[in-house]
Design a protein around this ligand. Structure first.
Ligand SMILES: Nc1ncnc2c1ncn2[C@@H]1O[C@H](COP(=O)(O)OP(=O)(O)OP(=O)(O)O)[C@@H](O)[C@H]1O
Ligand SMILES: [Mg+2]
Length: 230
């Protein structure tokens, strides 16, 4: 597997003085192209912090992070934002869809930031919506959709720019079991298509769908479990 993300000795310290929290205490990790990784661990162990660093939403305090072979640990916020828009698709637990915009507009947004023209934006957004089974809801606003449809909309938005990796922090946390398993089936399809996926979950049966499960405890990777490719 070709490496996509290579972390060595990554630390993250939040705050100063007495309020200082060492959220990551030296993380070494390699994620390959086409990998499917689940991240587990107790509340406060550093999972979201690690996702934010991997996803270029935040910088580490020290250590090396190579993304597609390029060292990004020292990048400015601006450079990170640019790279993030091209390479990372995010799915947040609360979906983060704009309430006043149609689903189509929501899915077009990353392309708008990426400077893609109107016509192409619409075509790509419609294709992404079709992929998640929501072509017939393109003109609806998020509050006119079910929870599972919103989550699928968020996935379409994450997919639309053909990112190198899709990252999801508790993607099924707010969904009932049936809807949650639909989302996981969609992930399986993406994975089969070669998409790299990283997700945080508290649910072992969800983590079992991934090829690797990484366990984080107190800012360190405690163990890793690998499964045969599905
Ligand atoms: N912006 C911040 N400022 C200060 N401390 C923070 C900040 N974000 C996270 N922390 C602290 O860093 C530690 C790791 O937090 P993180 O959000 O990564 O945990 P988590 O594993 O995602 O937990 P959960 O399962 O509850 O989502 C926690 O002790 C938390 O209080
Ligand atoms: Mg978290």
């Amino acid at each position: 597997m070709m490496p996509l993300m290579q972390l060595a000795g990554i630390t993250k310290v939040y705050g100063e003085g007495e309020l200082q929290v060492q959220a990551l205490k030296g993380v070494d990790l390699e994620i390959g192209i086409g990998d499917y990784v689940a991240v587990m661990g107790p509340s406060g162990s550093g999972k979201s912090t690690l996702m934010h660093i991997l996803g270029l939403l935040d910088s580490p305090s020290s250590g090396s992070y190579r993304l597609d072979g390029e060292e990004v640990a020292g990048f400015s916020r601006r450079k990170l934002a640019h790279l993030r828009n091209r390479k990372i698709g995010f799915i947040f637990q609360n979906f983060n869809l704009l309430p006043r915009a149609s689903l189509l507009r929501n899915v077009e947004l990353p392309l708008l930031y990426g400077g893609v023209g109107r016509r192409e934006r619409q075509d790509l957004a419609m294709a992404a919506l079709a992929k998640v089974g929501l072509a017939d809801r393109a003109r609806h606003r998020p509050n006119e959709l079910s929870g599972g449809q919103r989550q699928r909309g968020a996935i379409a938005r994450a997919l639309v720019g053909r990112p190198s990796v899709i990252m999801a922090d508790e993607p099924t946390g707010n969904l009932d079991q049936q809807t949650g398993s639909e989302i996981l089936e969609l992930f399986d399809e993406l994975r089969a298509g070669g998409q790299t996926l990283i997700m945080v979950t508290h649910d072992p049966s969800i983590a079992a769908r991934a090829r690797r499960t990484i366990r984080i405890v107190d800012g360190r990777i405690l163990s890793e479990e690998k499964r045969a490719a599905a």
